[in-house]
Design a protein around this ligand. Structure first.
Ligand code: BTN
Length: 266
């Protein structure tokens, strides 16, 4: 089978996989010991006509990918490596979709590990403090958008590659206790269904308020790939980053990687 490198598992987190379908209210759920990328597996299932909210997890990804063609380390058993097919009404490309998936991930992290506060680093990194705990990769396919979410759950510091140790964190490290992947997946799928079953066209009202509250870049001096330096002034209703490039001069950025030059500035 294309993209598959391990075995399909009959059980996940101690229960038969069909039971999870019932619990989560999803039409199809597959768990694998190893795949190249769960996004590829969901794409293959979508091509076969499987419906929205088809879900795939893998214990390990051998070619997990992040944004901009980057590698996403997905070691066996240490994270939640999950992809889900979004409904056809969900538009691809940068903008609200990836941010809604990011918001769903923030909420799920807080539900599964009470006491933590998750923030969103535009466009789709989830942070605990200044460190990245999760990332989102939305990919368009002819059958709809595949949302891939990677959440670091059980790593200890030394489980991360050396270059990531200053920037990455797991839920277990941040919470100081074990965090259940089953609880995390349930919370994540619940939030994804709530936010994306019939997605809002604009991020306004309460969603805009939540985005502002979770915006890790707000007020920071940043460097945006392709747009240059500026001060991050929030996320607009279309999901674009508002960048103040000079006093009073504002530009909106549709996509790009952001690095923080200096923390929050009024
Ligand atoms: C990023 O931060 O650059 C995005 C990382 C996305 C990783 C997830 S893990 C599940 C899904 N499968 C992949 O190959 N990537 C996403």
């Amino acid at each position: 089978m294309r993209g598959v490198e391990g075995d399909r598992l009959a059980h996940w987190e101690g229960r038969p996989t069909p039971e999870w379908e019932g619990d989560w209210g999803v039409p199809h759920f597959e768990a694998w010991s190893a795949v190249r990328s769960t996004n590829d597996r969901v794409r293959a299932l979508a091509e076969r006509g499987l419906p929205p909210f088809t879900v795939v997890v893998a214990e390990e990804q051998t070619a997990g990918r992040g944004r901009a063609g980057r590698h996403w380390a997905s070691p066996a058993g240490l994270g939640l490596w999950l992809s889900v097919l979004l409904p056809a009404a969900v538009r691809s490309g940068p903008g609200p979709t990836a941010l809604l998936v990011g918001l769903a991930t923030c909420r799920a992290v807080e539900r599964a590990a009470e006491g933590l506060s998750a923030r969103l680093k535009w466009p789709n990194d989830v942070l605990l403090g200044e460190r990245k705990v999760a990332g989102v990769l939305c990919e368009a396919t002819p059958r709809g958008v595949v949302a891939g979410i990677g959440i670091n759950v059980r790593q200890r510091l030394l489980d991360f590659d050396e270059d990531l140790r200053g920037r990455a964190v797991s839920l277990q490290m941040a919470a100081g206790r074990e965090v259940s992947r089953a609880r995390l997946a349930a919370a994540l799928l619940g939030e994804l269904q709530r936010l994306l079953a019939s997605p809002p066209a604009r991020l306004d009202g309460a969603l805009a308020g939540e985005l502002a509250r979770r915006d890790a870049l707000l007020g920071s001096e940043v460097l945006v790939e392709g747009a240059g330096p500026g001060v991050a002034r929030g996320i607009d209703a279309a999901g674009r980053l508002t960048l103040e490039v000079a006093p009073g001069e504002v530009r909106t950025v549709v996509a790009g990687s952001v690095s923080v030059v200096k923390g929050e500035r009024p």
